[in-house]
Write a new protein. Structure first.
Length: 182
């Protein structure tokens, strides 16, 4: 049975270094893709992922039970935001990485049949506001709860509801423009 995030973090706080390593293995790849959405540079995203874990490892903050992943993603988001301001890069999601993440959860047959659909989806996602892309990513790709997404984005739960509604509506409209039934 796999240890929970809370168990691993508590073991780390008690001096077990392997526990934070296990959390890094658990969340490193998805966190890197998330950060890459801000930085649009995979090498910088990997560095920022390591920095997010290092910050938590050094500060050893008190994290509410069941909130480690949300805390980690919020830490990474804040670091990426600071990096973004310093480097003055545009805040966009890497749609290639999003497509790879989506494709990883599909059967080979579906992937082969839907290559054109994926191109249209990528085009539609490019037309959506970054904030709407972010909330759709967190809830539907990262499978986070609305509360976790709200913590990461620094908005209320109600705002997440509104953003998801607007994001889905915008996606439907864009998909309709491309002749894809949603």
């Amino acid at each position: 049975m796999q240890a929970s995030d809370d168990e691993l973090y508590n073991r780390f706080l008690q001096g077990e270094q392997d526990a934070i390593d296990e959390l890094m293995i658990r969340y490193g790849d998805s966190l890197t893709i998330f950060i890459n959405g801000y930085l649009h540079n995979m090498q910088d995203a990997e560095d920022m992922m390591i920095e997010a874990f290092a910050k938590i490892a050094l500060k050893k903050p008190s994290i509410r039970q069941g909130c480690f992943k949300a805390y980690l993603y919020k830490t990474a988001r804040n670091l990426a935001g600071r990096h973004h301001l310093v480097s003055k890069r545009l805040e966009t999601f890497s749609l290639d990485d999003m497509e790879e993440e989506i494709a990883g959860h599909r059967s080979p047959e579906d992937h082969a049949l839907d290559e054109e659909h994926n191109s249209a989806l990528r085009l539609c996602l490019e037309r959506i506001d970054p904030e709407l892309k972010q909330v759709l990513w967190l809830v539907y790709i990262e499978d986070m709860s609305y509360e976790e997404a709200a913590q990461i984005m620094g908005v209320s739960r109600k705002k997440i509801d509104n953003l998801l509604y607007k994001g889905k509506e915008r996606m439907r409209a864009e998909l309709d423009k491309e002749g894809i039934k949603s």
